[in-house]
Design a protein around this ligand. Structure first.
Ligand code: FAD
Ligand code: NAP
Length: 334
């Protein structure tokens, strides 16, 4: 059950050359506990991998890499207006979006076609087209990778915020999320505030999913054909005074309200206007995607160091021009 020297290149969408010292596929709590017992004897670090769509893997990942394949789905309760469902963390996210919507359980439609597993969704509070997963997460069940303790994180314990949660912050790399409990309404209230969805009039749930998929397929590279990890940087959130100064210096710069008097900038626009859209490094081939400068692609499946070196050049260019530091979104793995 423990696999030595596993090639991790096919296990992450950025496809960086990478090898795990040891790895184990876990399909149940029993398998998880068995793998953790092995790691405890070795005294080695343990890391969790879902579908690898938000990681940058080191060339050699030490210790034990757990590949999460825990499935299972159970309706916990229903009211007149909502259903509450426990979903295994290894289930594919897009499958869950389509399945839930087809059952008449709504809310997740805007999050269609986001790669990855259900268990990784709360980690960075995945979001797209004005919807964040936290709106539908009642609780998260997790197992401590060091002590083996099982814990339920209620919504308030998860410290969700914009593309962030306790699992990315204070408690990072400490827990394996085993199940996520969703509470979904039967009533379909589509969120159509983003440009590409505004033309839809009274869409059906299926129509909304199809539109989201179509827009994403046009704009984003398919990660299994063109290696990438989605948005490489998070959108910077700045104070009002800085946003005002930027709007004066760069008329047309998109600025969105981010709550509490703060403003969100579009990282893709900053990179594009700094002249980096569609640019690539001639030697490594690492570059930005012509349809969305926020996505860094790795066509030659180069090691992470090449990707990070290219990203650093973008960070410097953006900082020189706008005095805004872009923060990396994908997690360093190993
Ligand atoms: P992985 O990449 O395997 O892991 C990501 C992190 O979560 C790692 O730190 C890992 O240790 C941890 N982790 C994974 N599973 C668990 C678990 N069960 N318990 C605890 N920790 C865990 N993100 C968005 O928010 N919105 C988007 O619209 C979006 N679009 C994308 C488009 C593309 C083309 C790509 C490649 C990525 C996109 N992403 C987007 C990022 C990514 O899909 C999400 O972050 C997704 O939730 C990652 O899931 P995963 O299973 O691949 O996680
Ligand atoms: P887009 O629609 O071209 O928008 C560009 C940026 O402007 C986005 O980052 C978005 O912020 C912001 N924005 C646009 N309209 C907005 C509105 N009405 N209100 C508030 N903010 C608005 O973006 P895109 O690249 O095609 O992506 C579409 C959606 O999918 C976005 O929500 C994006 O976050 C998500 N996505 C995420 C990833 C990832 O890896 N994290 C990858 C691909 C797509 P937000 O990003 O905050 O929404």
């Amino acid at each position: 059950m423990i696999i030595r020297n596993l090639d991790l290149q096919p296990h992450q969408t950025m496809a960086c050359a990478s090898q795990a010292e040891a790895a184990a596929r876990v399909r149940s709590l029993a398998e998880l506990r068995e793998a953790l017992a092995w790691a405890a004897v070795q005294g080695c670090p343990v890391r969790v991998l879902g579908e690898g769509s938000n990681v940058l893997a080191a060339e050699r990942v030490d210790g034990l890499t757990l590949i999460n394949e825990m499935v299972g789905l159970q309706v916990v309760r229903q009211s007149d207006t909502t259903v509450t469902v426990d979903v295994g963390s290894g289930i594919n996210w897009h499958w869950w979006v389509r399945f839930s919507s087809a059952q008449g359980w709504h809310g997740l439609e805007n999050l269609a076609l986001i790669p990855g597993t259900v268990g990784a969704a709360p980690v960075q509070n995945i979001g797209a087209y004005g919807v964040e997963v936290e709106a539908f997460v009642e609780q998260v069940e997790a197992l401590n990778l060091r002590s083996g303790e099982q814990r339920i994180f209620r919504h308030k314990d998860c410290a969700f915020s914009y593309r962030d949660s306790v699992f990315k912050g204070a408690e990072r790399e400490l827990w394996l999320i085993t199940r996520v409990r969703f509470c979904l309404p039967f009533h379909f209230s589509p969120v159509l505030t983003y440009g590409p969805l505004q033309s839809l009039q009274n869409p059906t749930p299926r129509g909304l999913i199809d539109q989201v998929c179509q827009v994403r397929q046009q704009k984003l590279p398919n990660p299994w054909q063109m290696p990438n990890a989605g948005s490489f940087f998070t959108n910077p959130v700045v104070d009002q005074a800085q946003a005002d100064a930027l709007q004066k210096a760069f008329p047309g710069i998109p600025v969105f309200p981010a709550g509490q008097g703060r403003c969100k900038l579009a990282a893709g626009w900053l990179i594009d206007q700094a002249g980096w859209k569609g640019q690539s490094d001639p030697e490594s081939g690492v570059g930005t995607w012509p349809q969305q400068a926020l996505v860094i692609v790795n066509p030659q499946k180069r090691p992470r160091s090449d990707v990070l070196a290219f990203a650093e050049r973008i960070q410097e260019a953006v900082e020189d021009r706008y005095e805004v530091r872009l923060e990396r979104e994908p997690r360093l793995f190993g």
